[in-house]
Design a binder for this molecule. Sequence first.
Ligand code: MG
Ligand code: MG
Length: 575
Amino acid sequence: MRTSIATVSVSGTLTEKLAAIAAAGFDGVEIFENDLLACPLPPQDVRRRAADLGLSIDLYQPMRDFEAMPAPDLRRAEHKFRLMERLGADTLLVCSNVSPAAIDDDELAAAQLRLLAERAAGHGIRIAYEALAWGRHVHDYLHAWRIVRLADHPNLGTCLDSFHILSRGDDPIGIEAIPGDKIFFLQLADAPRLAMDVLRWSRHYRCFPGQGGFDLAGLVRHALNAGYAGPLSLEVFNDHFRQADAGRTARDGMRSLIGLDQALRGAEHPAVPTGLAFAELAGGAPVGGMLAALGFARSGSHPTKPVELWEQGAARLLLNATGTGPEMIAIGLDSPDPARAVEHAESLLAPVLPRERAPGEAPLDAVAAPDGTEIFFCGTAWRGDFGPAATVPGEITHIDHVALTQPWHHFDEAALFYRSVLGLRPQESVELPDPYGLLRSRAMATAPARDEHGAVRMVLNVAQVGSADPPWQHVALACDDVLAIARRLRADHPELLLPIPGNYYDDLEARHDVDPALRELGVLYDRDGHGEFLHLYTVTLGRVFFEVVQRIGGYRGYGAVNTPVRLAVQHAGSQ
Ligand code: MG
Ligand code: MG
């Protein structure tokens, strides 16, 4: 797989972009014209800079509004050809005409593109013609291909762009009918499924393969079946990427292509965790009282580190006395093969964490997630570090999910990380009202295995607007009788329960026939087509709070409908 990326996909000046792209390991680059026009270096120096960095210049783009015009602008074309010779780029992208002056005439378009290809041939340059989803008369890829075929010139081929094809809902199977050597270039972008104008969607919301809702592997497979042998090139216009660190974005893009390559090879994900082994909280000492109130017991401590193990049922929490928290700093995952899981994570450019261990302690295989959370791949040995096994009976059975917070401009990066490194399947993002902004939230889970919800569930949250502080993290604990736990907390530790407003219950009782005890105990409720969900929240300690959840039947969600009420109460409590 040869890899390439358009310079428009990352932030910075052209020279900064080239350095970041090379450092991430790409083979080549598409030079976006605006980046070159704003660059103080002449084209031959850009060429030298790219070569020194080991990057080929695979494409120069775009040339707009050329074909099917009353008179084609060959003067501008000749200028670009001369520039490309100095730049060392041999393929020019021509995107379908959006001008009101364009004429709806395929034969005219073909004749003018043929003329352009003829001129290009004199400079050793090829023309790749791409259908823009919003082109005036040519907006689907098969139409662009028909015009290329009609023009019939060896220096004219087509450029396929996954966004333009999939955003329109076109079936990519038709790619297989195009001869591979006439597909001059393949540009890849994913996107979240949004109901909006396609031009705005493309210019602001494209993302890397695996971050959105399109089937990129399926599309690329069709191109490979057609015989396409050129690079897989990322072309992403994204408001967040424009502002983010170029090196980080380029690395994230490379991770997306590695993940895509693994998906194309059909290899089974080697590292899907089978359960949540533990969540670790730093500055955890104040959390002990809360856990005791929830029925946990301290069942062990680490021989060489200031870390306590608290257990109840199969729920395990590590309280690390260091740090300024309380905040969640690590997650332990039950892994069938921890060493292989780390190897896989490393292949996806995840930083492997150095672990200092004392002789006799269990090996720790861990990587850092983009938000800094440490992800441990655990075999069975780790529990032994905390002393003899203990059984702590109680109402809590296991950890249902953990909710982590992401910096707003790294949300897509985090989603791709957890998807590719852990094999979690993302659900669609939801946006939830917060009194001071919007909370964007995306749940991810392993495929249903041990139970119908999947063994590992995580929720990624990001405060989009308004909130100066990052949103809170939480650990959700599963139980079979949340009302019993609520009753006990209400009696013994009422100060630990998050109070829920009466207005919430007035509305809830109008919508559903629910137990009046919910109101009295501050328990929230949701239902979906599969079952019911009862849950309560504790107050927040540092950045962390706990949720106790009871899933009845096959409820699949996370109670997101109740999140705005929780956020409002939490904000009120933190002022
Ligand atoms: Mg494109
Ligand atoms: Mg939750």
